[in-house]
Design a protein around this ligand. Structure first.
Ligand code: PRT
Ligand code: ZN
Length: 288
């Protein structure tokens, strides 16, 4: 039987929908069945292992799975020396320190000698240790945000995305320990040649999906004299194709891939430089 790459991903939670979408956009077909923990992709040598996100760093480090999709927060917290193969750009959040509004704690140094409740004890301990501030870490497995109000801790260190949870619990954000996003990780042990080939192919597809999500194809007609000025206002513009417009010696058609999003302001600047019939269209896939 030919070798297949085993990828660990979250079964259900904040990472799962985006992980599944990424695979589908990369052309990998699979059908989720409730209760199934291992699913074979139909058209690609990939097996999906559906697990709790907390288990992913360990499974990958021990070689139970070859690669995993997991938050950078868990990779840093576990400190297992995994290799980041690709930053996936979704499930963005930050590990932040917060204290009750009105508690008198306004800066990181004010935490000296205080208790901080967290599900990220290692990340929190290292952060304060590096600053030379002594604190007591109170490890908590869930609902960390309630602990200051209960008198269990003076502050918390927890993941934040919108900040709504902190606000709802009257907590003030004091500092960021680190930013996080979903990562594709592998262990430090090298894969077999076949598995490495599968991973390389997967990486090309994932990169293509991520680039295409950001990139836009832009088309317009423009005065020949303004082509350089227009190029300079479009962010991340790759070499444009310039074509003559029949019967209009003074104007050309310009087509290009812009690797960054194009906002209305950019469109207005292009128009002010004489651009017309400006079209910005999404790109589905890119391979260099
Ligand atoms: O069941 P399983 O163990 O697999 O899932 P889980 O419940 O442990 O994790 P889950 O699904 O909540 O989160 C999975 C991953 O999503 C995390 O490890 C992060 O990498 C990422 N992520 C992104 C977040 C958040 N944003 C986030 N906001 N994880 C948790 N939160 C929580 C946070 O702990 C706090 O309770 O959301 C609340 C804050 O959100 P805001 O929007 O109010 O700031
Ligand atoms: Zn979890």
């Amino acid at each position: 039987m030919s070798e297949r790459l085993a990828l660990a991903m979250q079964k259900s939670g904040r990472l799962s929908e985006s992980s599944q979408k990424l695979l589908l956009k990369a052309g990998i077909d699979f059908s989720l069945r409730s209760g199934a923990l291992r699913i074979k992709a139909a058209n690609f040598p990939l097996d999906l292992m559906l697990v709790r996100d907390d288990d992913i760093p360990d499974y990958v480090a021990r070689g139970v799975c070859d690669v995993g999709i997991v938050g950078k927060n868990l990779v840093l917290e576990r400190g297992l020396g995994l290799n980041t193969r690709l930053e996936l750009g979704f499930s963005r959040c930050r590990l932040a320190i917060a204290a009750l509004d009105g508690s008198g704690i306004k800066a990181v140094k004010d935490f000296a000698g205080k208790r901080i409740a967290t599900s990220y004890p290692e990340s929190t301990r290292i952060f304060f240790e590096n600053l030379g501030i002594q604190i007591d870490v109170v490890p908590i497995s869930g609902s960390v945000e309630i602990t200051p109000a209960l008198g269990i801790a003076d502050g918390i260190s927890d993941l934040v995305s919108t900040g709504a949870t902190l606000k709802a619990n009257n907590l003030l954000e004091i500092a960021t320990i680190y930013q996080s996003e979903a990562l594709l990780v592998s262990s430090e042990t090298s894969l077999s040649q076949t598995k490495q080939k599968i991973l390389d192919q997967l990486l090309v597809r994932f990169r293509g999906v991520l680039r295409a999500e950001q990139a836009k194809y832009i088309m317009m007609n423009a005065p020949s004299s303004q082509v350089e000025a227009i190029r300079s206002v479009i962010p991340g513009l790759e070499n444009p194709t310039i074509m003559p417009l029949s019967g209009r010696g003074d104007r050309v058609a310009l087509h290009a891939v812009a690797s960054e999003p194009i906002f209305w302001e950019t469109m207005e600047r292009i128009k002010a430089l004489g651009g017309s019939s400006i079209l910005v269209v999404p790109i589905e896939k890119i391979i260099d």
